[in-house]
Design a protein around this ligand. Sequence first.
Ligand code: PBG
Length: 348
Amino acid sequence: MAFPANRLRRLRRTETLRALVRETRLTPESFVYPLFVCPGEGIRKEVRSMPGVFNLSVDEVVQEVRAARSLGVLSVILFGLPEKKDEVATGAWAEDGIVQRAARAIKREVRDVVVIGDVCLCEYMSHGHCGIVKANDKANDHAGPQSLGAAAAAPPLTAEYEIVNDASLELLARTSVSLARAGVDVIAPSDMMDGRVGAIRAALDLAGFENTPILAYAAKFASGFYGPFREAADSTPQFGDRRSYQMDPANLHEAMREIELDIEEGADMIMVKPAMPYLDVIAAARNSFDLPLAAYQVSGEYAMIEAAARNNWIDRERVIMESLVSIRRAGAGIILTYYAQQAAKLLA
Ligand code: PBG
């Protein structure tokens, strides 16, 4: 017998009433703006599959951070495109690495900005994987790292190669310390090796960075939505895929275990990635854990909105805000998004 006494439409009648009862709000200071740093000067090269997103040289990155900062976006996360790649990801941990240089420049020139360093090896490895690769002779005699190209076409049932976990931890820890030395405020490992948060925490503490927090990409799924990022960061694996280290998209309970372990190892903040296809994981994480929770609206999510908007199939601004509010409503207090600047403008 609720109707006609109960009429939920009463509170939807005007924008002022709707604003009064609105449950979820977006604020620019909860956005993190991802930036791709490349070598050179004065470079602003648009990413083909992410119109509106650029590879930026260090000087341009500083400008971009300044522009975002003036709109109220206080945090950025940096990804690097190194001059050259090798089998030990030298560019990731070199003192004059591209992200290290960008971090120093931002810290020197922009006040009060949180610089987050994405810690992963894939952008710096010649093979594009997030850890050290070892050919597995037992599984397949003729398979050396050179002959692995075929694996991309048809994934083998037996592992022809392996992404070695424990040896990779050392490089991730070295990268983290190097970034902290360059002035990075928050270390964000996105590699999905087991035990990396603990290894990074120990290395940071040993180097005197016990106050540098870790934002763990705790539940990172092996997702097709990363496609455009791999073009932006030039990090496509040269053979195989990332399914032996990133999570199976089908698994929610395992995501909770991943998060729990990262917290035990010392994570200060946790992340779910991608965002919109995994709102249930965000909501479950929010219910189970009390740490600050981030979600990453990834490149493919951005690219889909842009592609549809460019065809006039959807209203871009409306869909940007709806996508972000849905991620917030699911429980993410922090949102990594390529729309950080645009959304901040729309909120102003
Ligand atoms: C590095 C990394 C990736 C993303 C963030 N860090 C790519 C990947 O795992 O393949 C994806 C971000 C995006 O798609 O926007 N490992």
